[in-house]
Design a protein around this ligand. Structure first.
Ligand code: ADP
Ligand code: MG
Length: 766
């Protein structure tokens, strides 16, 4: 069999499409060419995403079993967690109709004694895996059962594989040869067994995720072989001082340790991903990401921004008198950070992170006034027309009072009005331009633009961000020519620091961590499906007081969408003719056009409807002070951060807000527990932390943004400390060698480009 593909087939996975340095030899080899794998096995492996040798190298065990402490059954101590190896005898499977599951009982026998095994609710796959006569390694807490027999309830177990012993070539190098002859497939050990397996098995056994039909032993064998043949070819480099300080290994050794731990390794550390080998791999991933982000940030900073000195502040000063409230301490602090950026010669790239309702809009307005005071234009872009209109309406009184000309540019504006707005923007007459992405599609130039504000920035991509920054045009008279507009991005909802560092490591981040005074937390309660009556009574009470209510359904996959729309339509219909008849009930769903949707939303905003039923996620930034109730159907399907965002839609006025979460999965204790967080926690940052920890970065961010959250091993919820270290080390390195010119840097640059060039849009670095 051919072991290696011809060179030109290497880009098989096209993971590394752009460059293929020589150090990379063989890593992209398809797994079918690895010894003992072949086309059929390779296809099975592809089913779990393993295509190349490199994939296999990084397919790390998710658990390690400590077999150093396998005991004789006779020596079992009640109350202790222990491990035994023995033969499964007297296996009984009984279907328990009340629990709708199998109950399994059996006994494990070694040459010293017998211990009972019980599974009260065995899922089908587990019941199918067990048959009498198998040799098992079991682990669990020893209890004393009926008539003084000792037993383990729901033990962890591994079937020690008989099949692998059939094929001598399939023996994993890590397994000592002696273990095999004891468990021959034909003659399982009889009676009082000669089960000395424990003595011969590897001491610390890696457990892998694997395709159905591929034994653990095979997975171990392949991984071990990949490490032996290829690990040394992995391009890898970390600064030596970094490695020493953080006690890291080099990458090949780390992989070797993880696929085949030394007998004296610390199993606990291996199992919680804190072993030196784990830390090495995690650090390596995070370090290169931070290096890439650092470079991108440096490139951003290389551009000159419009310097906006503090001297000219007429309008800013007058604004303080117009403001019906006082800025919070956090708002002032963030403004100071923004103004400091604006005074310096380099262009600002700043993200404001703040909880829902923290007052980001006002911060952006003050920042805009600084720009306008200096004779320039500020341009705001929002993801929806409704939001753009809302900003326009809420800022208009201040703009009028301060003699600032504002123009609104959205797609649905009548042609004549839009043309007028565009002219105002292009001539420089409008000092404040507000709009949707229509702004960047119109080919409009905004010659004196010195600030771009992007609201709900997660709804826009990098490309749109850059397009907005380029609206200044190139050479029109009076334009800024070489200097770029400052950029202020506003996030919809806080994300944890660790994620922010990864997603926005190339930006400066300001944290708005204080809510304006006088906000009462929105009273939040979880209800079961059956408590609907109670929920409606509460809604009705609020409607009678003249308030409004949202009823939100989750955004679901297309296959389910129809059913949900039907549900919501029915519900809206029932409300229209029933309890809420006199208040007006609107419905927006995912199958309406944006224009239709906006019509209904506007009617609700203008108070023409008392209730808004929605099957699509309603605009998070929408501000309707009169709305006091948020009912969320199928709350268990939402992430906590999303729930928090939605909750932030109500209770914005002076009246108290209510958030009613309807849990439609009452049988799921995890869902109930998750939702209960919402009843107690009202701090968006803390909720985000909990959410990230529960769902992981990919889901937390939604698939659309998960690109940067895809790590082989790093987990941002868990590895925050290493992330901070990685960031510090990467920054220190860039400080010393900003253009990556040293010989060491050249190696790092190669690795960096290979891993991140595309995802970080690094272009030509350094
Ligand atoms: P978000 O940060 O979620 O975008 P907004 O900017 O929409 O929040 O502000 C929410 C509400 O709080 C608005 O009605 C705004 O006028 C009000 N607000 C902003 N700053 C303050 C403040 N310092 N004191 C009182 N109310 C404020
Ligand atoms: Mg907002």
């Amino acid at each position: 069999m051919d072991r290696l593909p011809p060179r030109n087939q290497r880009s098989f996975t096209n993971r590394i499409a752009n460059s293929e340095p020589s150090t990379n030899a063989g890593l992209q080899t398809s797994l079918r060419y690895l010894q003992g794998i072949g086309p059929k096995r390779a296809e099975q492996l592809a089913g779990i995403g393993l295509l190349t040798v490199e994939d296999l190298l990084y397919h790390l065990p998710f658990r390690y079993e400590d077999r150093r402490r396998i005991k004789k059954i006779a020596a079992a101590i009640v109350g202790q967690e222990e491990s035994f190896v023995g033969r499964l005898v007297a296996l009984q499977k009984r279907f328990n109709p009340r629990r709708r599951a199998q109950m399994l009982t059996g006994r494990l026998a070694d040459d010293s004694g017998v211990i009972g095994l019980v599974w009260y609710r065995a899922p089908g796959f587990l019941a199918n895996r067990l048959t009498a006569g198998q040799i098992l390694l079991v682990h669990g807490k020893v209890e004393s059962g009926a008539s003084n027999e000792r037993r383990i309830t729901h033990p962890e177990f591994e079937v020690l594989e008989v099949e692998d012993a059939v094929d001598p070539s399939a023996r994993a190098p890590a397994l000592a040869a002696g273990s095999r002859s004891r468990i021959s497939p034909a003659g399982l050990p009889e009676g009082a067994m000669d089960l000395r397996v424990g003595l011969h098995l590897p001491k610390i056994v890696p457990v892998y995720l694997r395709p159905a039909g591929v034994s653990l032993t095979l997975m171990r064998k392949w991984a071990t072989q990949a490490v032996a043949d290829y690990a040394a070819h992995l391009p890898n480099f970390l600064p030596r001082s970094t490695k020493e300080r953080l006690q890291l290994l080099d990458l090949p050794s780390a992989l070797r340790d993880l696929h085949g731990p030394a007998p004296e390794a610390e199993v606990a550390a291996l199992n919680d991903f804190s072993s030196p080998a784990h830390r090495t791999i995690i650090f390596d991933e995070l370090f290169y990401l931070q290096l890439g982000l650092g470079l991108r940030k440096k490139n951003n900073r290389a551009r000159a921004g419009v310097a906006l000195p503090r001297q000219r502040t007429e309008r800013l000063a007058r604004m303080n008198h117009l403001l019906p409230f006082r800025l919070t301490g956090a708002q002032k602090r963030v403004l100071d950070e923004i103004f400091a950026d604006m005074e310096s010669a380099t262009v600002m790239q700043r993200l404001i992170q703040g909880d829902v309702g923290a007052g980001k809009t006002m911060v952006a307005w003050y920042a805009s006034l600084r720009v306008i005071d200096n004779g320039y234009q500020a341009v705001w872009m929002a993801p929806t027309e409704l939001l753009a209109e809302q900003h326009f309406r809420s800022l208009k009184p201040y703009a009028d009072g301060l003699n600032v000309r504002a123009a609104l540019v959205t797609g649905s504006l009548p042609a004549k009005e839009r043309k007028a707005s565009l002219e105002l923007a292009a001539s420089g007459a409008a000092q404040l331009v507000l709009g949707t992405h229509a702004l960047i599609q119109e080919g409009v130039e905004i010659p004196r633009m010195a600030l771009g504000v992007i609201d709900e920035q997660h709804r826009f991509g990098v490309v749109q961000r850059l397009a907005l920054q380029r609206l200044t045009g190139k050479t029109s008279a009076g334009s800024l020519e070489t200097s770029a507009p400052h950029m202020l991005l506003m996030s919809a909802t806080p994300i944890p620091r660790s994620l922010a560092l990864v997603l926005y490591g190339d930006l400066d981040v300001s944290i708005l961590d204080e809510l304006p005074p006088g906000r009462t937390p929105i009273s939040t309660k979880v209800y079961g499906d059956k408590a609907r009556r109670e929920v409606y009574a509460l809604v009705l009470e609020q409607l009678r007081r003249g308030h409004q209510a949202f009823i939100v359904y989750p955004l679901v996959e297309a296959s389910e969408q129809l059913q949900l729309v039907r549900d919501a339509t029915q519900m809206a219909e029932k409300m229209r003719t029933g309890a809420f008849k006199e208040f007006g009930v609107g419905l927006v769903h995912g199958r309406m056009s944006p224009a239709e949707r906006d019509d209904v939303m506007r009617a609700f905003r203008d108070g023409k409807l008392g209730v808004l039923v929605s099957t699509t996620v309603i605009e998070v930034g929408i501000d309707i002070p009169n709305a006091t109730v948020m009912v969320i159907e199928h709350a268990e399907r939402f992430g906590l951060s999303q729930l928090h965002q939605l909750r932030g839609r109500v209770g914005r006025g002076s009246a108290a807000g209510h958030c009613l979460l309807i849990n439609r999965a009452p049988g799921n204790p995890l869902a109930a527990q998750r939702l209960r967080v919402m009843e107690k926690q009202h701090d968006g940052f803390k909720i985000a932390e909990a959410d990230l920890a529960q769902r992981g970065p990919g889901e937390f961010l939604g698939t659309r943004q998960s690109g940067l959250g895809d790590f082989r091993l790093a987990n941002l919820a868990r590895d925050t400390r290493l992330l901070l270290e990685a960031r510090r080390e990467a920054q220190a390195w860039l400080q010393n060698d900003p253009n990556l010119e040293s010989a060491e840097s050249a190696r790092m640059k190669e690795i960096l480009l290979q891993r991140w060039a595309q995802r970080l849009q690094l272009g030509t670095v350094g």
